[in-house]
Design a protein around this ligand. Structure first.
Ligand SMILES: [Zn+2]
Length: 252
């Protein structure tokens, strides 16, 4: 049963990964996410269902458009695969529990937001607001663990986010923490609770520093503009895995 549910989670993740690609491309360009249907960005030819099967189409088409032969970015299957793996990990750790809906929603929105942040340096409010609403309404309706947990997570994100932003401005005189980072943390607080907000800020800073150091060692130059959302995303996934490991040790 668990194996079948794991496979379903993987397939569902790949499908949501495909939808994530649509959001990542269209939202920053102000395009509708429904119309027109999927088309090749080079020749504009509409894509049939055969060209749109997550992961499989890319392999069958050998990474090229069926109509014009243009190379399809490796990013598309990469996003689909990442989402599929995250959905599977989410299920394996959380199990068939209501909490899984919040975990999947957080992973999905964080992946989309992180790519948009890297590409365009913006965090669309419609995505973070959707995350906050799903967190608050979902916890209020399902009561797992409770609306209070969600509200507390949101409050901690706002207080900590604005404090770090204020401190950063006073100490370094620069914008250390953007509004998009605060709205992303608010979404995490509402969906997953205050623990993940702490992880997002503090673990995210450590992951960010490791990235900057690694970048310097490889390129021998400082990365010009560092986007924080991917580090928040990475730290949420790391914290999710670590708290699971801690639980196992606790049980043993
Ligand atoms: Zn084409």
């Amino acid at each position: 049963m668990k194996f079948i549910c794991g496979i379903i989670s993987f397939v569902l993740g790949a499908i949501f990964g495909s939808f994530a690609n649509v959001l990542i491309y269209r939202i920053p360009r102000g395009e509708s996410i429904v119309f027109p249907g999927s088309h090749c960005p080079v020749c504009g030819h509409p894509l049939s269902w055969k060209d749109n099967i997550p992961l499989i189409s890319y392999i069958l088409l050998r990474g090229r458009c069926r109509y014009c032969g243009a190379k399809i970015s490796l990013r598309y299957p990469l996003v689909e695969f990442t989402m599929a793996v995250l959905f599977t990990i989410g299920f394996l750790i959380t199990g068939l529990h209501v909490q899984l809906l919040f975990v999947w929603t957080a992973f999905f929105l964080l992946l989309v937001i992180s790519w948009i942040d890297v590409d365009h340096g913006i965090v669309p409010d419609e995505l973070t607001i959707a995350g906050v609403v799903i967190g608050l309404v979902g916890h209020a309706l399902l009561g797992v663990p409770s609306l209070l947990t969600s509200l507390w997570g949101l409050a901690v994100a706002l207080v900590l986010g604005f404090s770090v932003r204020f401190l950063g401005r006073v100490l370094s005189g620069r914008e250390a923490f953007g509004e998009g980072d605060i709205t992303t943390l608010s979404m995490i607080g509402a969906l997953l609770g205050a623990d993940y907000v702490f992880a997002g800020i503090f673990l995210g800073s450590i992951v960010g520093l490791i990235f900057i150091a690694g970048y310097y060692l490889v390129r021998r130059e400082l990365s010009r503009e560092v986007k924080f959302c991917p580090f928040i995303f990475a730290s949420v996934v790391i914290y999710f895995l670590v708290s699971w490991c801690c639980n196992i040790f606790y049980i043993i």
